[in-house]
Design a protein around this ligand. Structure first.
Ligand code: DL6
Length: 799
């Protein structure tokens, strides 16, 4: 949009007065943020309205991304950037004596997601709007987002994330679009005399679902998509006799809290209720909108909409869509099923068995009696149809209902026309191993969509120094087409460019060093090698490998404090699920090791360890640009894709990593010589599983370094970790080291040594960094979302 600095200043000051009855000189940061966000909302509102109108009139197909989590982070700068007014607004505010970056701090991170899956959903929202694709989000407006992490005496403590306390300036409450979602009670079918069985219900619990729409503003275009988040409320016509305390509490709870676990599913009734709540509300709204805006009969709906099931949490979409088509729109079972399979598609985000949802039949039956009938019928019909074609063994292994449980991934695969993994390796594992029986039955449904990142956030917003160097070196086209970064390759031998890349990195590191000092009171040297591991804390991600290597360095420095070595800063950021005691024990150990090392005068500047609390999107925006090294060290086969690996690459960090998830594609794109690969391959891991011949105790007994490091966890070398250290020690020696940390340790050390050697040659290092940046284009989520649009949803971009 076009906006002059003068116009902006006028709008801003006017809004400050009209909204807060205050003049600029007296306004606080909160008021300035309130006025600014309100002005920005005003700028995009007419574009939003026009785009909604265009979508309704153009009759084009739209897709809906159903996700129980979104993790957008802050929206202010991203909205400004996408509207094309970031510089104007920065300048206008500066004229008024205001620093945009300071005001931006007032915005709470919108953290209604745990990690990778939710962040990916938000990258897709940004990229779809930016590529002109009609993709809308559908989720839950949690009152409390992911907990705020505080580190107290080295331990993780969880505090509520009350992110809505000052309201949310971006959203629009649309009470007129509220729908009802019902739970429990009894259901029976009655023949209407015309061959249709009509369900009758009694004693159901009614909940009102109220949508809040948040615009997803496209980058310098006219597309504004919608992310619809549902809030649970009490229906206004509910008889007061039913409005007892328990009911009121339960209703409020539905959209109150995000489950803070990203890799373990713990079959609780409230979670199942949440899943049905946003699925039913979202599908009802889609159908109402279809009826209101389309001339075509409902049986043509698959020409106009696609519904995407993001992981298994919205898998009830399959059964609920069937219910709506059959019960509300009186479509026959066969037709409804054909439509449903055409409309639905599904992404799998993990092969960890503990994350694959299964619900007890009894729970589904009592909470969702009509859906239960439908699921049983889907399963019965499919079994009857497939038995003669594929035989009992395959039918049984792929059944939706078995052993008293409803298998949500099975429901999602069977009820949709596409199942994809999120990186090549992961998709292959799904086809060849984890979902192999499904692949045998439905080979045409399986495909890969390697993840991507919203690159504008991770470069243009997060890393201005680097963006400037890129502009001046290869021009500005990379800002709208990340593939243009490839042009940078021809500057690999250009000393001036390498020098400027180094200077940009240094600037980012100074910024992070300042933050570390402010938050942790630790002074770090920006010339040291910044080695970063930021992600959820999980045993499979193997933060422990990193920690063990740090202990090795510590021992070496203690033994020879004056030796010449590369100074290092190891930076961690990680939240552990509140009930995941092992992960919390690792956090405690990292903090105690940090305390030990950072306060040891023998160690000095040679090694520092920093755990930054409350890792979230905005913190990532400061940490990742400053990294020299990104740690992607999960056990091969366990990380479906990873996306922080792509952010590091884009910001010129070199990856030390296993051949896991999207690391492989990153190494292939940047060149293996521009990263540091180590560790077991997925085939080697599977061989161990097959032969059951891993014995971690042997490594502990036979490798003196491993022995010494592990002992340090239990012999008092690392103070204050008696219980936590013992837990880690036992898991790796007595309980056979589930994620092969000890097995991969030596090779990890080798890769770390190679990395350190390379860092000593700053030219070679910067050339490798340049090659990473130049080849990051493939990992833009613009590319990923276009692939979904073309191959799965068949939706077209606005011209
Ligand atoms: O696909 C997004 C993201 C992947 O990059 C991660 O590798 C994967 O772990 C994550 N999965 C989840 C859900 N469950 N688990 N674990 O967040 O998805």
């Amino acid at each position: 949009m076009k906006l002059s600095t003068e116009q902006f200043k006028h709008d801003f000051e006017e809004r400050l007065t009209s909204k807060f009855a205050i003049e600029l000189a007296k306004a606080g940061a909160q008021e300035k943020y309130g006025a600014l966000s309100s002005v920005v909302k005003n700028y995009y509102s007419s574009i939003w309205a026009a785009d909604n109108h265009y979508k309704d009139e153009s009759n084009k197909k739209q897709a809906y991304y159903f996700s129980i989590e979104f993790l957008p982070g802050k929206m202010l700068k991203s909205n400004l950037l996408n509207l094309g007014i970031l510089d104007t607004v920065r300048e206008g505010l500066s004229d008024l004596g205001i620093d945009l970056d300071e005001i931006a701090l007032e915005e709470p991170d919108m953290a209604i997601g745990n990690g990778g899956l939710g962040r990916l959903a938000s990258c897709f929202m940004d990229s779809a709007a930016s590529t002109g694709l009609p993709l809308n989000g559908n989720g839950i407006r949690y009152r409390y987002g992911l907990f705020k992490q505080k580190i107290v005496d080295g331990f993780q403590v969880e505090l509520p994330d009350s992110w809505l306390d000052n309201g949310n300036p971006w959203e629009v409450r649309r009470y007129d679009k509220a729908v009802e979602v019902c739970f429990g009670g009894e259901v029976w079918l009655e023949d209407d005399g015309e061959g249709h069985f009509i369900p009758h219900y009694q004693n159901q619990e009614r909940v009102l679902a109220v949508p809040y729409d948040t615009p997803m503003v496209g980058f310098e275009n006219t597309t504004v998509n919608n992310m619809c988040l549902w809030r649970s409320e009490v229906p206004k016509d509910l008889d007061l006799r039913f409005q007892n305390l328990e009911y009121m509490n339960q209703t409020a709870m539905l959209s109150s809290e995000l489950y803070p676990n990203d890799s373990d599913y713990n079959g609780q009734l409230l979670r199942l209720k949440q899943e049905y709540f946003f699925v039913s509300a979202g599908l009802q709204r889609i159908l109402h909108h279809y009826k209101a805006t389309k001339q075509a009969p409902i049986t043509h709906i698959s020409d106009f909409i696609s519904v995407h099931i993001n992981d298994t949490h919205p898998a009830l979409c399959v059964a609920e869509f069937m219910r709506l088509l059959i019960d509300e729109y009186r479509i026959t079972w066969e037709r409804a099923w054909n439509i449903t399979v055409k409309v639905m598609s599904y992404t799998n985000h993990t092969i960890l068995s503990e994350a694959l949802e299964k619900w007890p039949e009894e729970m589904v039956k009592s909470l969702l009696p009509r859906l239960y009938q439908i699921i049983i019928e889907i399963d019965r019909r499919r079994t009857a149809e497939l038995l003669p074609k594929v035989g009992a063994k395959l039918v049984h292994s792929t059944r939706i209902v078995k052993d008293g449980q409803i298998h949500m991934a099975h429901l999602a695969i069977i009820g949709s026309h596409s199942t994809n993994g999120v990186a090549k390796l992961h998709s292959d594992l799904l086809k060849d191993v984890e979902l192999h029986d499904f692949y045998l039955i439905y080979p045409e449904r399986f495909n890969n969509k390697t993840n991507g990142i919203a690159d504008r956030r991770w470069s243009q917003i997060a890393n201005e120094p680097l963006s400037k160097v890129l502009d001046e070196t290869i021009g500005k086209k990379w800002r709208s087409d990340l593939k243009e970064l490839k042009l940078l390759e021809s500057y690999k031998e250009d000393d001036a460019t390498l020098q400027r890349l180094q200077e940009a990195k240094y600037e980012d590191k100074v910024k992070l060093a300042k933050l570390i000092e402010e938050r942790n009171g630790i002074v770090v040297n920006p010339t040291a090698l910044f080695d970063v591991q930021v992600k959820r804390l999980h045993a499979y991600k193997r933060q422990l490998l990193n920690v063990f290597h740090i202990m090795k360095l510590y021992f070496e420095i203690k033994e020879n404090p004056t030796a010449d070595r590369t100074a290092r800063v190891h930076i961690f950021g990680a939240k552990a699920a509140p009930g995941y005691h092992y992960a919390k024990a690792i956090i405690k150990c990292i903090n105690e090791i940090a305390r030990l090392i950072n306060n040891d005068p023998d160690i000095g500047d040679q090694l520092k360890v920093v755990f930054l609390e409350n890792y979230n999107v905005s913190l990532a925006e400061v940490i990742i640009p400053a990294a020299n090294v990104g740690e992607q060290i999960s056990l091969a086969s366990k990380e479906a894709s990873g996306t922080s690996n792509m952010k590091f690459m884009l910001n010129g960090a070199l990856t030390i990593g296993t051949l896991d998830g999207a690391n492989i594609e990153i190494f292939e794109a940047a060149g293996y010589e521009n990263g540091f690969v180590f560790g077991l391959t997925k085939d080697e891991v599977y061989d161990y599983y097959k032969n059951s011949n891993y014995n971690s105790r042997d490594i502990y007994e036979q490798n003196p370094l491993v022995h010494r490091i592990l002992d340090a966890f239990v012999d008092g070398t690392i103070p204050n970790i008696s219980a936590e250290g013992q837990q880690i020690f036992d898991s790796l020696t007595t309980y056979n080291d589930e994620y092969f940390v000890l097995r991969d340790f030596n090779d990890y050390v080798r890769a770390q040594e190679a990395l350190e050697k390379c860092y000593q040659d700053q030219k070679a290092w910067t050339q490798a960094a340049l090659m990473n940046i130049a080849n990051a284009g493939h990992f833009s989520s613009d590319r990923t979302i276009r692939e979904y649009a073309d191959d799965i949803w068949h939706i077209k971009a606005k011209k």
